[in-house]
Design a protein around this ligand. Structure first.
Ligand SMILES: [Zn+2]
Ligand SMILES: [Zn+2]
Length: 306
């Protein structure tokens, strides 16, 4: 089974601390990288955690607060200096592209590769062979978005016995059926559904960015294998979370439970908490499969058990 790994590059909010960089999360799958948010210093984390800057890559930006985007120019510049050749896809709010274009012009940054802009909108924003990314509105102080990364569903298991019974010769015709195409054998059309089991859903990862919890986000994150959620505040500071349009760890846990997520990673911690263990403890009482993300932490999303 293909590895699917999440590497947390920055887990602080607003300002960095001694142990936590600004927000950035990388998803690594078969040598491809999907980066979500790009806080200042992200390019250095790429080197530190061996992510490689000339890979197939897409960068998704949740919103235009500095702590989530200030690393982008530096990362692009380093990619250019490393002679990146592959196209890079940038998904984010429209204003992001203006900011990038103006800054590149003012700072005389040219690029050795094509930059493709995809504006955030509800629904599908990125489709690759093996995975796709969906987008939904978050509830923050400015326009903000949440993302779900999901592997493309795979065809169900091929029933070779059934195929033989139906007289389908091994080889090209088996392969066609396995890839979801009908074949004709002895004048009879045989559909893939006759020889394939139920489709197998892929693994999924949800990322909230900065947000208040909401019923629509609970639906959006329904059934994800790993939910990475805004956990800026402890329950005792719930009024601040409301005020600044963030979430507490308890609110993140309530949402994870509602969404029937498999695991919850708390992140985007306020610098006011030197130790976040009490935030994790409070959340675990509601959703036991909770852990605190930390810089450099790598989490494997396991293959689905059938
Ligand atoms: Zn933030
Ligand atoms: Zn923000």
């Amino acid at each position: 089974m293909t590895g699917l790994e999440v590497v947390f590059l920055g887990t602080s909010s607003a300002t960095p601390t001694k142990g936590r960089n600004l927000p950035a999360v990388a998803i690594r799958r078969e040598g491809e990288v999907v980066l979500m948010d790009c806080g200042e210093g992200t390019q250095r984390s790429f080197v530190e955690y061996g992510l490689g800057i000339n890979r197939e890559m897409a960068i998704l930006i949740t919103h235009l607060h500095g702590d989530h985007v200030n690393g982008l120019l530096g990362l692009l510049q380093t990619m250019n200096m490393s002679q990146r050749g592959r196209k890079l896809t940038l998904v984010g709010p429209k204003g992001l592209f203006e900011w990038i274009k103006v800054s590149m012009k003012m700072l005389h940054i040219g690029l050795s590769f094509d930059l493709e802009f995809v504006a955030t909108k509800p629904g599908l924003v990125l489709r690759r062979g093996a995975y796709r990314v969906r987008c939904a509105r978050a509830n923050h102080s400015i326009e903000a978005w949440s993302f779900v990364f999901e592997e493309t569903p795979r065809p169900g298991p091929f029933d070779s016995k059934k195929a033989a019974e139906l007289g389908v010769p091994e080889g090209k015709k088996w392969s066609a059926l396995q890839h979801g195409r009908s074949v004709v054998v002895g004048g009879r059309k045989i559909r893939p559904t006759e020889v394939l089991g139920a489709k197998r859903s892929g693994r999924s990862i949800g990322y909230s960015g900065d947000t208040r919890p909401s019923a629509s986000l609970a639906r959006f994150f329904s059934g994800v294998d790993l939910l990475i959620f805004d956990s800026t505040f402890a329950a005792r500071d719930a009024d601040k979370a409301v005020d600044r349009k963030h979430s507490t760890s308890v609110e993140a846990a309530v949402l994870a439970k509602k969404a029937r997520a498999k695991r919850l990673a708390l992140t985007h911690f306020s610098a006011r908490y030197r130790n976040v263990s009490s935030l994790v403890k409070e959340a675990k009482e509601i959703f036991p499969e909770t852990f605190a993300a930390s810089d450099g932490m790598s989490v494997e999303v396991p293959a689905k058990v059938r």
